[in-house]
Design a protein around this ligand. Structure first.
Ligand SMILES: [Mn+2]
Length: 319
């Protein structure tokens, strides 16, 4: 935990995230109806970062923030004291892109089928191997994708130079982008050809301005329909730089006109509550760039809200 973070005095009668988190060996390895199990995997990888490194410290900082929370998502009034929390640890990355990506993919593929993966990055390039790992893990299932990001991440890869801004591109041919959605696109470092290329292949792109004009209710309803109709579930990928730098300064490329923190926190909850989701990843949290620890706290709230949505949907399905 960062030196400046505060730890609340714990009421011992409550269920705390830190006390409920188990290693894979302590997991009971069974799917129990009515008890969602979240499988956490850290990917401390920032070699592909486009600007400033530091996201390799993201998984640890987000987990530290979560450890300071109870399993009651107070904001959404959802009790999660009955859920399983399994910590699959961190992928052992090495100084080789190819080998590191192979290990990430294998680690994601190995998460037990009844766990809901929560993948903590790392730079956004990890989403490519994470999705490939999910394709192996869900053998044959089709899933859509909802991304929160300021950037289209569709640059042409330059051989030998990995970059966190081309994972949408490198997935082409492997992943069907006709059920992909990108929300919060805003950074002025792309041209119209990128926008057209995304939309030509079926990606639903919503810029921040478009979202503000249409409103979140309408935007999410369109996004969920696009990603879930004709698929078996939705993978949610959050690049923390979708959020305004006022709330998320601890990231490689801070965004001066980004989404408000609660817009992403509430959206992941509503997506997970409304439709079957297959995984969450959260990337680009760079603790060295935010000594306040606030960016990791925002990420932890996103994780909590996503978990609350999954838990609520699970309970509703069983009634
Ligand atoms: Mn981004």
């Amino acid at each position: 935990m960062s030196a400046t973070a505060t730890r609340v005095v714990r009421d011992p009668t409550l269920a705390w995230f830190a006390d409920h988190r188990r290693g894979p060996d302590a997991d009971d390895k069974r799917a129990v109806p009515g008890r969602p199990v979240f499988g956490f995997l850290g990917i401390p990888f920032d070699y592909a970062v486009s600007h400033r490194p530091g996201t390799r410290f993201g998984p640890g900082a987000i987990m530290d923030a979560l450890d300071g929370y109870t399993l009651y998502c107070t904001d959404k009034r959802v009790s999660m004291a009955h859920v399983g929390l399994v910590d699959h640890g961190q992928v052992d990355v090495v100084h080789s892109f190819e080998e590191s990506y192979r290990r990430m993919r294998a680690a994601v593929a190995a998460i037990p089928r009844h766990h809901m993966p929560i993948i903590l990055g790392g730079d956004h390039s990890i989403t490519d191997p994470a999705i490939r790992g999910m394709q192996e893990r869900l053998a044959g299932a089709r899933f859509g994708l909802i991304v929160f990001d300021a950037h289209l991440d569709s640059r042409e890869p330059i051989p030998g130079k990995e970059h966190s801004g081309h994972w949408m591109k490198t997935l082409e041919g492997t992943f069907d982008h006709r059920h992909s959605v990108q929300l919060g696109i805003s950074a002025p470092i792309y041209g119209p050809a990128y926008m057209k290329a995304a939309e030509d292949q079926g990606v639903m792109v919503k810029t921040i301005y478009e979202i503000r004009r249409a409103g979140w209710r309408e935007t999410l309803s369109q996004a969920i329909a696009h990603a879930s109709e004709g698929t078996d579930g939705v993978y949610v990928s959050v690049d923390i730089d979708a959020i305004d730098q006022a709330f998320a300064p601890g990231t490689s490329v801070p965004n001066p006109c980004g989404l408000l923190a609660h817009e992403v926190v509430d959206s992941v909850y509503e997506i997970a509550r409304a439709t079957p989701v297959v995984a969450l990843d959260i990337t680009e949290v760079s603790p060295p760039l935010d000594p306040s620890g606030g960016t990791a706290q925002v990420a932890a709230h996103i994780v909590m809200s996503f978990m609350a949505g999954v838990t609520q949907r699970d309970a509703r399905e069983r009634r």
